[in-house]
Design a protein around this ligand. Structure first.
Ligand code: IDP
Ligand code: MG
Length: 136
């Protein structure tokens, strides 16, 4: 079934000139980029996106990092878009992510792991609301 997911290229990857190569990985699957915008997140958007991690030791660093510079926000759609994109991204820690995945090929550390992707269709709806809705 066709569904939407929220994908975001994180500040490290934007700053180091990897936008084009990362977008190509998503396009190569045949999934469709429905919306795309270069933007710097507000603290409110960052906190809403990462609410599940509040209180964890890495939380403040994560918020500071994700608001530190421009990101590329995208809505990507197609059959099983959430799972297809998560597979393409690789596991959270780039050092453990398989070669051929975006995190495996473009990242090195957990705190700058190149890309964000929704973990379920419900998360996708929530995140699309945060980043393409009224919260700023
Ligand atoms: P995910 O991005 O693969 O869904 P989550 O567990 O939801 O991973 O964590 C959200 C983000 O928080 C990760 O992408 C990563 O940037 C950061 N993060 C998660 N765990 C750690 C950690 O142990 N140290 C530093 N950063 C972390
Ligand atoms: Mg997550």
């Amino acid at each position: 079934m066709s569904e939407q997911t929220y994908i975001m290229i994180k500040p490290d990857a934007v700053a180091s000139g990897k936008i084009g190569r990362i977008i190509s990985r998503f396009e190569d699957t045949g999934l469709v980029i429905e919306r795309m915008e270069l933007d710097t997140l507000s603290a409110e958007q960052a906190a809403a996106n990462y609410a599940e991690h509040e209180g964890k030791p890495f939380y403040q660093g994560l918020i500071d990092y994700i608001t530190s510079g421009p990101v590329v926000k995208m809505v990507i759609s197609g059959p099983d878009a959430v799972a297809v994109c998560r597979k393409l991204m690789g596991v959270t820690d780039p050092a453990q992510a398989a070669p051929g995945t975006i995190r495996g090929d473009f990242g090195l550390t957990m705190d700058a792991n190149v890309v964000h992707g929704s973990d379920s269709p419900d998360s996708a709806k929530r995140e699309i609301g945060i980043f393409f809705g009224d919260l700023k």
